[in-house]
Design a protein around this ligand. Structure first.
Ligand code: DP6
Length: 320
């Protein structure tokens, strides 16, 4: 009753921000993301009748803070009347810093728990359960360009384009480490309740999704760049207009944005996106990766750089 799985974080190009049902964690809008290849969370789940309670270890240290969420997520696939589990999670990138570590963690957790139970649930079922744990986690079950559609009763995931069919690169500029001041779950509820821009955000999302889907189908980088930057800045405008306001950027985030604008003016195919944290993600064509990386590395305030191509969704791997 033990299995290991790995999953990669995903970066939303058309963002999920807001819930239509908090209890079932259903998003208020659809979203489109890209799944990374080289950043990963490996999760091992072992059910053990000798254990009194679930035990969670994250990067080698026992973790109490995330335990309740992890236990609930295991219940969703195993049922509440189950053996306790020993869960160990290891990520090769900073966690809780706006790099979607919860997405790769919950996606890997569901694949590992399902395999440890010998259940073999369909990927769509695991994606729907991952979405209950964290909305963005549903997308990490799939690879390449992934659309999360809001259907009447649930969510539905569609792989719009496999990773090898449009091999883009993502360069992540880390501008500050450490957990963010307000987590996404709480922040999007504050936006829903208080931001004067929230209703327009919801109304316009279908338009942005259509535009991004068309750009991906046509492999039209400039068209995707325009709608992704627009959607990102619109989400941050919703956050800035909330009470209290949520400003996740720091001065280095803005400096990185400026660097991307300069690269664009030199004809480099690159665009930025930023989630609920201060890191800037620059998406570019593989031929420009070194130049984008170099420019961001030399931007004031950048502490570290990670880069990755696009990869596959969550999958079971051999036990370590
Ligand atoms: C800004 O998926 O972390 O990264 O469902 O409450 O766990 P919960 O939220 P979460 O929110 C992600 C927000 C975002 C945009 C995105 O990934 O689409």
């Amino acid at each position: 009753m033990r299995a290991t799985a790995t999953a990669q974080p995903n970066i939303a190009l058309i963002k999920y921000w807001g819930k239509r049902d908090s209890l079932r964690n259903l998003p208020a809008v659809g979203s489109i993301s890209i799944t990374l290849a080289d950043l990963a969370t490996t999760m091992c789940v072992e059910f053990d009748a000798a254990l009194a309670n679930d035990v969670l270890t994250i990067n080698g240290s026992e973790n109490e803070a995330m335990l309740a969420r992890v236990s609930r997520c295991i219940d969703s696939v195993a049922g509440e009347d189950r053996k306790a589990a020993r869960v160990s999670s290891n990520s090769n990138f900073p966690i809780a810093a706006g790099l979607a570590s919860s997405a790769s963690a919950f996606a890997a957790l569901l694949v590992a728990a399902d395999a440890a139970l010998g259940k073999k649930d369909a990927r769509s079922v695991l994606a729907s359960l991952a979405g209950r744990a964290s909305g963005s986690a549903a997308r990490s079950l799939y690879g390449g360009f992934v659309e999360l559609r809001n259907t009447a009763a649930d969510i539905e995931l569609v792989e719009l384009c496999a990773a090898p069919d449009w091999p883009l690169e993502v360069v992540v500029a880390i501008t500050a480490l450490g957990p963010k001041a307000v987590g996404s779950t709480e922040a999007m509820e504050i936006s829903r309740k208080t931001s004067p821009f929230y209703s327009r955000w919801i109304e316009q999302q279908a338009q942005d999704l259509d535009e991004a889907r068309a750009a991906i189908a046509a492999r039209d980088f400039a068209r995707l760049a325009a709608v992704a930057e627009h959607n990102c800045l619109k989400m941050h405008s919703v956050m800035w207009g909330s009470r209290p306001p949520m400003i996740y950027w720091n001065s280095a985030t803005l400096a990185c944005m400026q660097t991307v604008r300069e690269l664009q003016s030199q004809g480099v195919a690159v665009f930025f996106t930023i989630d609920a944290g201060p890191q800037l993600k620059a998406v570019c064509e593989p031929a420009d990766e070194a130049r984008v990386r170099d420019a961001l590395e030399n931007t004031t305030g950048v502490e570290d750089i990670l880069s990755s191509g696009l990869g596959e969704g969550a999958k079971r791997i051999a036990d370590e």
